[in-house]
Design a protein. Structure first.
Length: 519
C-alpha cells in the first residue's frame, strides 16, 4: 500500500501502542455522552424533576453544564501542562505521566459513588483530573506520531489516534447500553470503571515504544536518537542507516537554530510562525464550533429534541458509522489530499444540520416520517464529520514548526478546547426549556460554523500531502502562498536517493546548507 510506504512492521506496532492514548478520550466521551440517558446515574447524582407532569430523575441544567464543562476545563489545563512536559521530559515519559494522572482521576470519580447520596462535587473533581490527562494526550500523541512516521504515511499514522478514540467511544457507549436497565450503582460504575482499561494499557506498552528521534536530537542525545531511529525504521527489508539519518536531522535542526535562533513565545507572534499558529488554532477551534463537542456530549438531548424515544440503539449506530468513516482517514488524506476532504465534508455537515434544524422548526410535533428523516440526516452528518475529523489532527500536527512544535500544538489545542468549554457550558442553557428552549434548532449554529470553516480552509489551510516536516518548514519560511503548496517543485532541490525506506530531499540554499528528510 503506497500510503504505508516506509513503515516497518515494528514501527507500525510502536505507533499502534502510542495511539492507545486516544482511548482516554474515547472512553470518557463515550460513557459520559450516553450515561446522561441512564436512570441509575441520574437518580443517584441528579434530582427528581417534573417532566410533563411526571416525576423523572435527571441532572439539572447547571449539573449537565458543569459535568461536561469541567472536562473541557481539565483538558485545557492538560494542554497548558503538556507544552512544558512534552519539551522537558520527552514524549515517552509524558505518555507514562498522563496514564498515572488518568488513573488517579478515575479512582476519584468512582469513589464518589460510595455512600448515599453520591457526591457530585467529588465526581466533578475526578473528571477534571482525568481530563488533564486527556489534555496531555492530545498534545503528546499527535506530536509523537508525526515525528516517528515517514511523510508518505503521516496521515495514516496520525489517524490512528483518532481511530483508537472512536473504538473507545463505541466500547464505552456499548457498556452503558448493556447495563442501562440496571437500577443499582453497577449501572454506571461498570462503564465508569472501564475507563481504567486505557491508562492500564498505556502503562503496559510505554516501555516498548522508543523516544522520538527528533526530540532526542533536539536535546543533544545523539546515540539514543540513533537507537530510537533503528527501532522505528530499520528492518530486514531495507538498508536504513540510522547514523546517517540522525546526522541529517542534526543538520536540519542546526539550520533551524541558526535561522530562527529562538523557540520562545515571542516567535509565535512573528512570521512565519504566526501563520502556522493561526492555522492550527483555527482548525482546532472550528472543529469544536461545528458541533463536535455538542454532538459528543449532548447527543441524547439532541435526539430527544427530534422526537427519538429509543435513543440507545441510534447512538450505537451513529458511533459505529462514525468509526467506519474515521477509518477513511487512514488513506484518503494521503491519497487525495487534505484540502478537498476538509472543504467537501464541511459543506455536507452544514447542509445536514441546517436541514434537521429546519425540520425541527417546521414541525414542532414531528411525525414518524420527519423523525426518520432527521435521524437519517444525523447519520449523514456523523459520516461526513467522521471523514473530516482525522484531518483536524493531521493539519494541526503539520502546521506546528519543528522548533516550536510543542508550543504551537499546545496553544492550538488549548484554544480548541476553550471553544469546547464555552459550548459545553452554554449549550444546555441554549437548548433546555425554561432557558433558550432551542432544542434541536441549535443545529443552525453548528451548521453556520461549518460554512465559516469552508472559507477558512479555502483561504488559509495549504495542501501538505506528501511533504516532509522539514519541507513544510522550508515552505513556510519562504512564505509560499496557500494554494501553491500542492505539487510545489523546489527549484533549488535535488533528489538524492529514493529507496523503499527513505526519500531524501536535498535543499541547497545560498550558503550550501543541505539535507532535508522525508521522515
Amino acid at each position: 500500500m503506497g500510503f504505508l510506504s516506509g513503515v516497518t512492521p515494528r514501527g507500525f506496532l510502536i505507533m499502534v501502542f502510542a495511539s492507545l492514548g486516544g482511548l482516554l478520550f474515547g472512553f470518557d466521551n463515550g460513557w459520559w455522552g450516553t450515561v446522561l440517558g441512564e436512570q441509575a446515574f441520574l437518580c443517584d447524582y441528579g434530582a427528581t424533576i417534573m417532566v410533563k407532569g411526571v416525576p423523572t430523575c435527571n441532572l439539572t441544567t447547571s449539573q449537565q453544564s458543569a459535568g461536561t464543562g469541567v472536562g473541557s476545563a481539565g483538558i485545557m489545563i492538560g494542554c497548558a501542562i503538556a507544552m512544558y512536559l512534552n519539551n522537558r521530559i520527552g514524549r515517552q515519559r509524558s505518555i507514562f505521566s498522563l496514564a498515572i494522572i488518568s488513573i488517579i482521576g478515575i479512582v476519584v470519580e468512582m469513589t464518589s459513588a460510595i455512600g448515599s447520596p453520591a457526591r457530585y462535587g467529588q465526581f466533578l473533581a475526578g473528571k477534571v483530573i482525568n481530563s488533564i490527562a486527556m489534555g496531555v494526550a492530545c498534545n503528546v500523541i499527535p506530536i509523537y506520531l508525526s515525528e516517528t512516521s515517514p511523510a508518505s504515511a503521516r496521515g495514516f499514522v496520525i489517524n490512528m489516534y483518532q481511530t483508537v478514540q472512536i473504538i473507545g467511544v463505541i466500547v464505552a457507549s456499548g457498556s452503558v447500553y448493556a447495563v442501562a436497565t440496571r437500577t443499582d450503582k453497577s449501572g454506571y460504575l461498570i462503564p465508569m470503571g472501564i475507563q481504567l482499561l486505557a491508562p492500564t494499557l498505556i502503562l503496559a506498552v510505554v516501555p516498548f515504544i522508543p523516544e522520538s528521534p527528533r526530540w532526542l536530537v533536539w536535546v543533544g542525545r545523539k546515540e539514543d536518537a540513533i537507537n530510537a531511529s533503528s527501532s522505528l525504521f530499520k528492518s530486514e527489508g531495507n538498508d536504513f542507516d540510522a547514523s546517517d539519518y540522525v546526522h541529517k536531522l542534526e543538520i536540519a535542526f542546526q539550520e533551524q537554530r541558526e535561522e530562527a535562533q529562538a523557540t520562545g513565545w515571542r516567535d509565535l507572534a512573528r512570521q512565519p510562525d504566526l501563520r502556522r499558529v493561526l492555522i492550527a488554532m483555527g482548525i482546532q477551534s472550528l472543529q469544536q464550533a461545528q458541533g463536535s463537542s455538542y454532538m459528543t456530549n449532548y447527543i441524547v438531548s439532541f435526539l430527544i429534541g427530534v422526537g427519538v424515544v429509543n435513543y440507545f440503539p441510534v447512538i450505537m449506530g451513529l458511533y459505529c458509522l462514525y468509526f467506519v468513516t474515521i477509518c477513511t482517514g487512514s488513506f484518503l488524506p494521503d491519497l487525495i489530499g487534505r484540502r478537498p476532504i476538509l472543504l467537501s465534508t464541511s459543506a455536507f455537515c452544514a447542509a445536514t444540520l441546517i436541514i434537521v434544524s429546519i425540520l425541527t422548526t417546521a414541525f414542532a410535533d414531528p411525525s414518524s416520517s420527519v423523525q426518520k428523516a432527521s435521524i437519517a440526516l444525523i447519520f449523514l452528518w456523523y459520516a461526513s464529520f467522521g471523514a473530516q475529523s482525522p484531518l483536524i489532527w493531521i493539519v494541526t500536527a503539520e502546521a506546528a514548526p519543528t522548533r516550536n512544535r510543542e508550543k504551537v500544538l499546545g496553544l492550538a489545542t488549548f484554544c480548541g478546547f476553550g471553544v469546547q468549554l464555552i459550548i459545553t457550558f452554554v449549550a444546555p442553557y441554549l437548548q433546555d426549556p425554561g432557558f433558550g428552549n432551542l432544542g434541536s434548532k441549535i443545529g443552525f449554529i453548528w451548521g453556520a460554523f461549518s460554512l465559516i470553516n469552508i472559507a477558512f480552509v479555502f483561504f488559509f489551510v495549504p495542501e501538505t500531502k506528501g511533504h516532509s516536516l522539514e519541507q513544510l518548514d522550508y515552505l513556510y519560511e519562504n512564505r509560499v502562498a496557500t494554494r501553491k503548496f500542492k505539487g510545489y517543485h523546489f527549484d533549488d532541490a535535488v533528489l538524492a536517493t529514493n529507496t523503499n525506506v527513505v526519500d531524501e530531499i536535498t535543499i541547497e540554499k545560498s550558503d550550501n546548507r543541505k539535507n532535508e528528510l522525508e521522515y
